[in-house]
Design a protein around this ligand. Structure first.
Ligand code: AP5
Length: 200
C-alpha cells in the first residue's frame, strides 16, 4: 500500500484552519498541537521555508507573497502533500493552516490527498486583523506585515477565500475570533473533540 493510500484509509482527522490574515490561525494551531499532538502544517510557513532556501522557485514565491497574492495551486499542494506524508507514521491528526484559500484548492486537496474532516473558520473583523498584524510587524520580520500588503492580503482573502466557506458549509464551524485567545481556544476544542469522537 502506498503512503497516500495508507493516509486515505487511516482515520486520522484532517482539519483545515481558515480565516483572514491575522485572525489567529497560527496562534490557535500551536495550542491545539499542545493539546492533541496533531501535526501543524501552515501553507504560509512551508512557502516561507521555500523562499528561505534561496531557490529560483522561492524567489518567484516571494514576489507573490509580498504582493499579497496567492501562490499557484500546484506549488502549495505539492508542499503540503510532501509534508503530510513525511509525518504520516507519527501523525495523530493534521491541522492544515491557511489552506484552502480558494475553492479549487479545496477540490484539489480532497481529490489528490484525502477528504477533510472539519473546517475551522476564524471569523474576525478587518480592523482587528489589521491591528494585530501591525502590532506583530515590529518583531515578525515578515515582508508582508506592512500596511500596504496587509490591505492587499485582506482583499485577496475576501475575494478568494470566503467562497470556500460557502462551499463547505456542512463541515464548517465558525469560530468567533475577535475575542481573547482562551475563549477562542474553547470554541476550537469543542469542535475538535466532536470530530475525534466520530473519527474513532
Ligand atoms: P500565511 O502565512 O498563511 O499568512 P496569513 O493567512 O496572512 O495569516 P498570518 O499567519 O499572518 O496570521 P494568523 O491568522 O496565523 O494569525 P496569528 O496567529 O499569526 O500566508 C502568507 C502568504 O503566503 C499569503 O498572503 C499568500 O501569498 C501565501 N499563501 C499562504 N497559503 C497559501 C495558499 N494556500 N495558497 C496560495 N498562497 C498561499 O496572529 C497574528 C498576530 O495576532 C500575532 O501577533 C498574535 O500574537 C496576535 N493574536 C492572535 N490571536 C489573538 C487574539 N485572540 N487576541 C489578540 N491578539 C492575537
Amino acid at each position: 500500500m502506498s503512503d497516500l493510500e495508507a493516509l486515505r484509509s487511516s482515520k486520522i482527522p484532517i482539519v483545515w484552519v481558515l480565516g483572514g490574515p491575522g485572525s489567529g490561525k497560527g496562534t490557535q494551531c500551536a495550542r491545539l498541537v499542545e493539546k492533541y499532538g496533531f501535526q501543524h502544517l501552515s501553507s504560509g510557513d512551508l512557502l516561507r521555508d521555500e523562499v528561505q532556501s534561496g531557490s529560483d522557485k522561492g524567489k518567484e514565491i516571494n514576489e507573490m507573497m509580498v504582493k499579497g497574492m496567492l501562490v499557484p495551486r500546484q506549488v502549495v499542494l505539492d508542499l503540503l502533500k510532501q509534508a503530510m506524508l513525511k509525518n504520516l507514521a507519527t501523525a495523530k491528526g493534521y491541522l492544515i493552516d491557511g489552506y484552502p484559500r480558494e475553492v479549487e484548492q479545496g477540490e484539489d486537496f480532497e481529490k489528490d490527498i484525502a477528504p477533510c474532516s472539519l473546517v475551522l473558520y476564524f471569523d474576525c473583523k478587518d480592523e482587528t486583523m489589521t491591528q494585530r498584524l501591525l502590532g506583530r510587524a515590529a518583531s515578525s520580520g515578515r515582508a508582508d506585515d506592512n500596511e500596504e500588503t496587509i490591505k492587499k492580503r485582506l482583499v485577496t482573502f475576501h475575494n478568494c477565500s470566503e467562497p470556500v466557506i460557502a462551499k463547505y458549509t456542512q463541515k464548517v464551524v465558525i469560530i468567533c475570533a475577535d475575542t481573547d485567545p482562551d475563549t477562542i481556544f474553547g470554541q476550537c476544542t469543542a469542535s475538535v473533540d466532536k470530530v475525534l469522537t466520530t473519527c474513532k
